[in-house]
Design a protein around this ligand. Structure first.
Ligand code: RET
Ligand code: FE2
Length: 648
């Protein structure tokens, strides 16, 4: 029997929403399910037993006004997971999806008077056509609603404004949902209940943990200094968590490192002893930036200072708060992992980088001293030649670039190789070129190989996408790609035609790569069948793997034959979780048939059995509180409701 609980606030949806990221399989799901047994076909590898695949993404709970400004990266965080429960016969996959009970979600659900989400849409913040007054209005509406939530009579105060809808990671006994506008939020596995905000020492609601001030520290802007990158990284050797925090005031970026203590691990060598660092300032950044991700190797960290600003000061300058300056520069700040004060800046052409794939050091032993030294730091990242995706994902016309220098590169989103020279003076970038001409995003590697020798980078592509042409249509993923970075980097370093910045090693299109039947091709594409679309794939290694890519890719897949004539999903549309052979990038080893559909979302991860068993104990979980209405407050409550309805 399926136990179906309809979201507490089901809102009617008209069928012809014109926003591409609110329709089809981007439209939010209305149902949440507790762990629900699923049927499956094919095989489920033993390596998945006892583990869980979880994917995060926005699922706006306030979705009444379909004509509102909306963006793919907005919306209340919802986790969708498949847990591979061990049974006597083997395994039983179970599907679960739950909202993350953030302050914003709880406040929305208890008030129910709002037609639009509490937070402004990224679409409004980035739209050059939005008037100054409109931007100021949406920001003040949010501030006002936050203040209202903290006055008497409110059952849920909004203390943090993150929807926790972007990433999901596991560190030190905690599964953490992430988003740039707040600290990480702890959730339980496998049932995906919300525990509480994590401050680098403990999470609200958990038993144990450490006491004392965490991310953000004390003081008035502490609430902002705890905002954490969507993509903190865990060192596969030391299990340290490395992350940074972006704020609107100088020095704009802080950096933290959290050791793993559950259970305490024995450091491999004294040098690798984990150190705690909380909110160390990063010097050299001159304005507020949208910094989604960063790079970190075993020895070095790379902060990206790109011309994509997220800065209230922009409003005063007559620009949208979220603004891309094609005339600007991209700067990469490289520093020894424990010493942000030693940051060296490497400057290059303007670009956008949302995600890095891997970062690693080239080291040697210095003869004189016998010490290990780093000659170069290398990074693979998805480089975009413009911010088009930020506009396209909000259904906003992409503003034209008005001068030639910036438009000499066509619209691209490619996997790039950067090599930063640490030995010579002058902060030189030795190499910067694309490995392949195909569009490539949502990069990841085998977790064990990250920060070091990872050879294969997995990611998403599309056989026909450019962002310029995409207004009114969403970009969807119909190809998963595996790139042998080692081979392509070697080729690029040799080939004199691969010039800095704009050069590209493998110039084939996706179709040309698919047509190749070379078994040692450095690029392999898993093409989805017609009408099928995938999401970010995550790699799980085989136990006694023969090669780095000996394992599987997990991804949710949706068959768009389940759309009606208006392009909307049938009410009973369903998704599947596919288990794909990462070695041949052809065979679908197994498919788990899910009871409902899973929207096209953002990032996912696989958490293995050992980690799930090893979660830190939890004392309380978050839940919806029903508002107590007593006589004294009822007049005030009526006034509040009136104000909320007025604000819409
Ligand atoms: C080029 C390209 C894509 C680009 C995606 C991008 C640029 C995604 C950015 C995501 C972010 C910033 C997520 C936040 O967590 C798609 C859609 C995969 C389709 C295939 C081609
Ligand atoms: Fe991301």
């Amino acid at each position: 029997m399926l136990e179906v609980s309809v979201s507490p606030n089901p809102k009617k949806r008209s069928s012809n929403s014109s926003h591409p990221y609110l329709s089809g399989n981007f439209a939010p799901v209305q149902q949440t399910l507790p762990l629900t047994p699923c049927t499956w076909s094919g095989e489920i590898p033993e390596e998945l037993y006892g583990g869980e695949y979880v994917r995060n993404g926005g699922n706006p709970v306030t979705n009444e006004d379909l004509g509102r400004d909306a963006h793919w990266f907005d919306g209340d965080g919802m986790l969708s997971g498949v847990s591979f429960r061990k049974t006597e016969e083997g395994v039983q996959p179970e599907f679960v999806n739950q909202y993350i009970l953030t302050d914003l979600y709880l406040s929305t659900e208890t008030s129910k008077n709002l037609k639009r989400p509490i937070l402004p849409s990224i679409a409004t913040l980035v739209n050059p056509a939005a008037t100054l007054w409109r931007v100021i209005f949406v920001i003040f509406r949010t501030i006002f609603l936050v203040i209202l939530s903290r006055l008497p009579g409110s059952s849920q105060a909004i203390k943090r404004i993150s929807v926790a809808n972007t990433g999901i990671i596991f560190h030190d006994g905690r599964a953490l949902a992430t988003c740039e506008s707040g600290p990480p939020m702890r959730v339980t596995l496998p049932d995906l209940e919300t525990v509480g905000w994590y401050n680098g020492k403990c999470a609200e609601g958990e038993r144990g943990g450490e006491e004392g001030t965490g991310f953000g520290g004390e003081g008035i802007i502490g609430f902002m200094r705890e905002w954490t990158t969507a993509h903190p990284r865990v060192d596969p050797r030391t299990q340290e968590l490395i992350l940074f925090h972006s704020t609107f005031t100088p020095p704009y970026v802080h950096y933290s490192m959290i050791p793993a203590t559950h259970p305490p691990i024995t450091p491999v060598t004294p040098l690798e002893k984990p150190t705690r660092l909380l909110n160390a300032p990063i010097p050299g950044i001159s304005s507020a930036k949208m910094m989604h991700d960063f790079g970190v190797s075993f020895g070095h960290t790379i902060i990206m200072d790109l011309p994509l600003s997220m800065d209230p000061v922009n409003i005063v300058k007559g620009k949208p708060p979220l603004n891309y300056d094609a005339r600007g520069k991209s700067r990469f700040g490289v520093f020894p992992r424990h010493n942000p004060e030693l940051t060296r800046w490497f400057e290059t052409k303007a670009c956008c980088v949302f995600h890095t794939a891997n970062t690693w050091d080239d080291t040697y032993i210095e003869k004189k001293t016998g010490l290990t030294r780093t000659s170069t730091v290398n990074m693979l990242a998805c480089r975009l030649t413009s911010a088009s995706v930020v506009y396209a994902a909000g259904n906003i016309a992409i503003p034209p670039v008005s001068f030639d220098a910036a438009s000499d590169e066509e619209e691209q989103c490619r996997l790039y190789y950067y090599q930063f020279n640490l030995e010579e003076e002058g902060n030189k970038i030795n190499h910067q070129f694309a490995l392949s001409a195909i569009s490539f995003e949502f990069p990841s590697t085998s977790e064990d190989a990250a920060m070091g020798s990872a050879r294969y980078i997995y990611g998403c592509s599309a056989s026909n996408t450019t962002f310029n042409a995409s207004l009114g249509k969403a970009s969807k993923i119909d190809c998963l790609v595996k790139i042998d970075s080692e081979t392509l980097i070697r080729r690029g370093k040799k080939d004199r035609a691969v010039i800095p910045v704009t050069g590209c090693v493998d110039r084939r299109t996706v179709d040309e790569v698919i047509a190749s039947n070379n078994p040692t091709d450095p690029i392999k594409v898993f093409q989805l069948p017609p009408h099928h679309f995938a999401q970010e794939p995550r790699f799980v290694s085989r136990k006694h793997a023969k090669s780095e890519d000996d394992g599987w890719l997990l991804t949710y897949v949706f068959d768009e034959s389940q759309l009606d004539d208006n392009g909307e999903c049938w009410p009973d549309a369903k998704s599947e979780l596919w288990i794909i052979d990462a070695c041949d990038m052809k065979t679908v080893v197994g498919r788990v048939h899910l009871p409902i559909r899973v929207t096209y979302g953002l990032h996912g991860t696989f958490i293995n059995e050992k980690r799930i068993m090893n979660q830190r104990p939890v004392e309380t979980i978050r839940s919806l509180q029903v508002r107590q209405q007593d006589e004294e407050t009822s007049l005030w409550i009526n006034v509040r409701e009136y104000i909320e309805k007025l604000l819409g």
